[in-house]
Design a binder for this molecule. Sequence first.
Ligand SMILES: [Zn+2]
Ligand SMILES: [Zn+2]
Length: 129
Amino acid sequence: MSADEIRPEDAWPLPPAWMWSCQKCAELYRTMKRVQEQTEELRLTGERGIDYDPMDRNVTSQMSLAEHMAAAHLELLPAWDPDCATCKSHRAAIAREAGESDRAAVIARFGNEHRARHAFAPPRAVGLM
Ligand SMILES: [Zn+2]
Ligand SMILES: [Zn+2]
């Protein structure tokens, strides 16, 4: 596949420079890309793992990175994207639950993990969660 066949919503953004100065970010990012390349290869060769779903591992590796980023680098996360419907619904949920409850904290964390994904995942994948 040549570069101009990749649609913008499928393009992997270049991760922000600060991620490379964190060993954990760099490690989780490399794992995610490796899993993603393996999934791509399986898709192209038509082979499917029997005991695991490669799409699952893909999502899991993205979630681990987003979880770490939201926990360790809150102040560096990308701003809410005004064009992203998922950002909008997270913001609305956070506004509804404003306060110090456990539920508010969980909702805020989900929102932050979503924002983190904007830094490293293709727009189409980011919109899913
Ligand atoms: Zn980090
Ligand atoms: Zn978003």
